[in-house]
Design a protein around this ligand. Structure first.
Ligand code: A5P
Length: 224
């Protein structure tokens, strides 16, 4: 049977979760395995509570029996496990391929520790081959997209079927096909200045540990 790298990364990350912790639950196909495993641990008696980053994750938490607490009611979030789309050697990352970047960033910013679970192929020398998601408000979106086209950011409004994709926060997502991001900090500053932008998928100085699963081993890479 082929090795399931997402499963290996996701399940390994749960070894950092301790009894009594409030756990931020990310979104996506890799963190799915962490959520499923945490459900198993909860059923075995581990006292944990989950703070969810999306409706999809909330449904999974309920399905696997993880008690959920609203972010507003959580005194703290001890640790968050989430996926990522790209991670560079300094631990800077792109997230949001699944469209949950806004809630993911808020949960990450309020977490004592952030752990990302990825397949090793997502470790890159430079960010940007993966399209950078930018969450925007619907009002004036076509004007904003036209500006991004003028700046040669190659924006593509995300769709789902024949409809515009809408996030859990009722916003749109524009994916920027930049191909490379030589200076993520500068791009972060530039995107932040644009009226109508809610958030973007550059997660800078965020992650503490990356659990990267390759065909030969699972590696834990520590940052900050
Ligand atoms: C969700 O919006 C994203 O940030 C995901 O965490 C990211 O896209 C990784 O997802 P997968 O684990 O499904 O590749």
């Amino acid at each position: 049977m082929p090795v399931n790298l997402k499963q290996q990364a996701g399940e390994r990350a749960t070894t950092f979760v301790e009894d009594g912790m409030v756990v931020g639950l990310g979104t996506g196909s890799t963190v799915f395995y962490a959520i499923r495993k945490l459900g198993e641990l909860a059923r075995q008696g581990m006292q944990i509570k989950g703070v969810c980053t999306s409706v999809q994750t909330m449904d999974l938490a309920h399905e696997y029996g993880i008690p959920v607490v609203e972010i507003e009611d959580a005194k703290c979030i001890d640790i968050t496990i989430d996926g990522a789309d790209e991670v560079d050697p300094g631990g800077q990352g792109i997230k949001g391929g699944g469209g949950a970047l806004l809630f993911e960033k808020i949960v990450a910013a309020n977490s004592g520790q952030n752990i990302w679970v990825v397949e090793k192929r997502k470790l890159v020398q430079q960010l940007g081959a993966f399209p950078l998601p930018v969450e925007i408000i619907p009002f004036g979106h076509s004007k904003l997209i036209r500006k991004m086209e003028e700046w040669k950011w190659r924006p593509v409004l995300r769709e789902k079927g024949s409809e515009i994709f809408t996030t859990d926060g009722h916003h749109y997502i524009v994916d920027l096909h930049l191909h490379s991001i030589p200076d993520p900090q500068q791009l972060n500053a530039e995107i932040r200045k644009i009226p109508g932008v809610v958030e973007h998928g550059l997660f800078l100085d965020t992650v503490n540990k990356v659990v990267a699963a390759g065909p030969d081993k699972v590696e834990i890479i520590s940052f900050r």
